[in-house]
Design a protein around this ligand. Structure first.
Ligand SMILES: Cc1cc2nc3c(=O)[nH]c(=O)nc-3n(C[C@H](O)[C@H](O)[C@H](O)COP(=O)(O)OP(=O)(O)OC[C@H]3O[C@@H](n4cnc5c(N)ncnc54)[C@H](O)[C@@H]3O)c2cc1C
Length: 304
């Protein structure tokens, strides 16, 4: 039986692993793709401290992985399909049919940003298509951008982006927005925000970078082309928590509920990073929550 198993090698899982492995606690991370998580989708990270000239997501991922392995941590490639409990033992079933057991479990499986699933979207990620205004807003100073969505986070992102951009188009498929009234008021009073309602995105076009988006009116036959330098997709975020099998408490959207020690409602199961319910989903918050989970697991082990 392993002492600690961590699910997910993004910044949360790797930071928890670095803390534990450095304290000589045998730690295994299970990762279904490649260590780095969503950092690998980020060409340039400018808001993680310690890198005044920014750092590529790939390099930051490699650095964190190397630091974990240097302290004796182990990474196993595989997808976790299901978790079960047997007394204090955590039973982890992988998709290939293998079973693993651990005393402590850290769920750091992150989240997936919902996509529009339109032509051009995948081609221009990091080249004008973004899923995170706080991460990428500063790259669009004095540019024309569109935010897609009509909920609270779309309006919050739109308002935030007006600090940087020249013009902002808020595109939503309905005539009415879903966001809270006060956000709608704030957005309507903001001179930089232009509402494009009710339209859906049909295609994202460009050569090297995004140059325009094709929009279709949802009420009448009309197609328009909007020249933009960037498009922020705010269609929601889905936690990667299906494999939990209902054993850990989550909110209605599947985000795991933790306390300030990153403990879930099940003793010995911790969670950190984008898979938990919280207010800021960033690399620095994921990394610090991972460290907190590692710290309290170490305390438990010390006192056993
Ligand atoms: C396009 C984009 C750009 C971003 N830019 C920035 C930025 O500039 N600055 C910033 O601070 N933040 C940025 N973010 C947010 C940041 O990437 C996340 O907040 C952070 O990566 C969350 O870390 P995490 O470890 O919780 O999850 P993730 O990074 O999502 O890592 C989770 C890992 O778990 C693995 N996993 C999931 N399910 C399973 C399973 N069943 N079995 C095994 N492994 C599994 C995944 O493959 C993944 O590697 C960006 C996000 C995106 C999508």
């Amino acid at each position: 039986m392993k002492k600690v198993i961590i699910i997910g090698a993004g910044p949360a899982g790797l930071s928890a692993g670095i803390f534990l492995a450095r304290d000589k606690i045998p730690t295994l991370i299970i990762e279904k793709f490649s260590p780095g998580g969503n950092m690998l989708l980020t060409e340039e990270i400018e808001n993680y401290p310690g890198f005044p000239n920014g750092i590529s997501g790939y390099k930051l991922s490699e650095n964190m992985k190397e630091q974990f392995l240097k302290f004796g941590g182990e990474i196993k490639l595989g997808e976790v399909e299901r978790i079960d409990l047997n007394g204090n033992k955590k039973i982890i079933k992988l998709k290939n049919g293998e079973f693993l057991e651990s005393e402590f479990l850290v769920i750091a499986s992150g989240s997936t940003r919902k996509k529009l699933q339109v032509k051009g979207e995948d081609d221009f990620i990091g080249k004008g298509v973004s899923y995170c205004a706080i991460c990428d807003g500063a790259f669009f100073k004095e540019k024309e951008v569109a935010v897609i969505g009509g909920g609270d986070s779309a309006l919050e992102e739109a308002i935030y982006l007006t600090k940087f951009v020249k013009t902002l188009y808020l595109v939503h498929r309905r005539e009415k927005l879903r966001a809270k009234k006060y956000l709608q008021e704030e957005a309507k009073n903001n001179k930089k925000i232009n509402f494009i309602l009710p339209y859906i995105v049909k295609e994202i076009k460009g050569k090297e970078k995004v140059e325009s988006i094709i929009l279709e009116n949802t009420l009448k036959e009309e197609i328009i082309e909007l020249k933009v330098d960037g498009i922020f997709i705010s269609a929601g975020q889905k936690p990667n928590s299906e494999f939990l099998n209902g054993i850990v408490k989550t909110d209605k959207n599947g985000f795991i509920i933790v306390n300030e020690k990153m403990e879930t409602n099940i003793p010995g199961i911790f969670a950190c990073g984008d898979v938990i319910k919280k207010s800021l989903y960033q690399i620095i918050t994921a990394a610090s929550e991972g460290m907190i989970a590692g710290f309290f697991i170490e305390k438990y082990i010390e006192n056993l």
